[in-house]
Design a protein around this ligand. Structure first.
Ligand code: APR
Length: 412
């Protein structure tokens, strides 16, 4: 590829000067996370072409460990679009959530109407399923390809990218910004920062992936005076556990044995139950934040998934929210490109936000009830116990916990 002729990438309104070989497609998708991959799949099944540009390598994307708790609507969506075969075989249904505080264990049943329930299935598997499906159909995912900017967002969109030191351009009818919280797309939404809201929590989650079977007596959340702990299953032989840590926590400061000991201490309910231990195969630290960019569409650019919003992981909602956005976005694009009807697109942000804010609220409520905050007083701890107790011991609290965990219905 020849070099791109501009030394910086203009925002909308500037003419394209590039003489680069031009790729053409109907929808240019930035990011091969769950949002971008699912969008490409739904568009494909609606006869709409797309190109996915992903800055990371294929190996990196396939190996990335993320959330893994799916709402029924997410499972149904993946099945509906032909990406549910392995999910239906290997997904682990779960019908209750354990909560521990003050050294005692409690359990909240989580089964909704018509058998609605949660399913454990690692996000890495969803990503792999979608990549393999797309590759089997011979459709393009450009890995190792970093999007550097857009132009013509209002009328004739183009995406500029860099790959192996060379540059190129994708001309398209529509751009889907599915490039996560740190992507470039959000900066192309006009006045995005005036409509963005951020809350940063003063702690992080240290996550481990272990080759150890889940323990039937210990799962879910523990509120403890040493901080939150979370135990979850990824499969019948792999577990994912978390410890609340300081935001600047250094992974190297804890041995594997200390990690297991700390988990056991935080889950201790006097019963003598202990987590099953095994080799730790992955460790990572993530800051906890809530973020919403309320303007998710500008011209022929839409944001979906983490590009538009982040939830603290305590609600396990990030992926499920992304699926909700993608359903609305795919239908908005379909009506625009096939029927020249932009009325749904005009309501894209409004429809998505009806799911996003209540879900962010729930995820933040869980975070605030379960973590130990700096300088937390005994009064604050008692307030947390009151919240947790209401979720477990009152009809209203159990119903609130169940419905929020099961997730809001999709409008589209
Ligand atoms: N060019 C190309 N690709 C990019 C660029 C860029 N400039 N910037 C970011 N990306 C890619 C990232 O490398 C990543 O693979 O965009 C992708 C975004 O994927 P995710 O971060 O997984 O975001 P999303 O698809 O919205 O994920 C949905 O699932 O578990 C959750 O935390 C996850 O909440 C998120 C959700």
């Amino acid at each position: 590829m020849s070099a791109y002729l501009l030394d910086r990438f203009p925002h909308e309104g500037t003419r394209m000067l590039s003489k680069d070989p031009l790729l053409r497609t109907q929808v240019g998708i930035v990011g091969a996370g769950p949002a971008g991959l699912l969008l490409a799949r739904i568009l494909q099944l609606n006869g709409i072409s797309s190109i996915i540009l992903e800055r990371r390598s294929r190996e990196y994307v396939l190996a990335r460990v993320r959330a893994g708790v799916l709402e029924q609507g997410t499972v149904d969506t993946l099945v509906q679009y032909g990406a549910g075969e392995r999910l239906q075989r290997e997904g682990l249904p779960h019908t209750s959530v354990q909560l521990r505080w003050d050294g005692k264990r409690h359990e909240i049943p989580i089964v909704g109407d018509n058998g609605r329930r949660m399913t454990t299935y690692g996000q890495a598997k969803i990503v792999e399923d979608l990549i393999l499906l797309r590759e089997a159909d011979g459709l393009p995912i450009h890995f190792d390809t970093e999007v550097t900017g857009f132009e013509g967002i209002v009328d004739r969109p183009a995406i500029h990218f860099r790959r192996n030191g060379a540059t190129g351009t994708v001309a398209c009818d529509f751009i889907a910004g599915c490039d996560g919280f740190l992507g470039v797309s959000r900066s192309y939404i006009r006045n995005f920062s005036e409509h963005s809201y951020l809350k940063e929590y003063p702690f992080a989650w240290f996550g481990i992936l272990a080759e150890a079977p889940p323990c039937k007596d210990i799962s879910g959340f523990a509120h403890s005076r040493r901080g939150l702990a979370l135990a979850s299953a990824r499969s019948a032989s792999i577990t994912r556990h978390y410890l609340q840590v300081e935001p600047d926590f250094d992974i190297a400061t804890m041995t594997d044995e200390q990690i297991w000991d700390e988990l056991d201490r935080r889950f201790d309910d006097g019963s003598g139950s202990r987590l099953n231990r095994g080799p730790i195969i992955e460790k990572s630290v993530a800051r906890l934040r809530g973020f919403v960019c309320e303007t998710m569409q500008y011209g022929k650019l839409c944001l979906a998934g983490d590009a538009a919003h982040i939830v603290p992981p305590s609600g396990a909602k990030g992926l499920n929210l992304a699926v909700g956005d993608v359903r609305v976005l795919a239908e908005s694009i379909r009506r625009l490109l096939k029927d020249d009807d932009s009325s749904l697109l005009a309501r894209y942000s409004e429809i998505c936000l009806r799911r996003i804010w209540p879900t962010v609220h729930w995820s933040c409520s869980m975070s605030e009830a379960l973590h130990r905050f700096p300088q937390q007083s005994e009064f604050d701890t008692r307030m947390q116990y009151a919240t947790l107790n209401a979720w477990v011991s009152t009809d209203h609290g159990r119903a609130r916990f169940r419905e929020a965990t099961l997730g809001l219905p999709f409008e589209i």
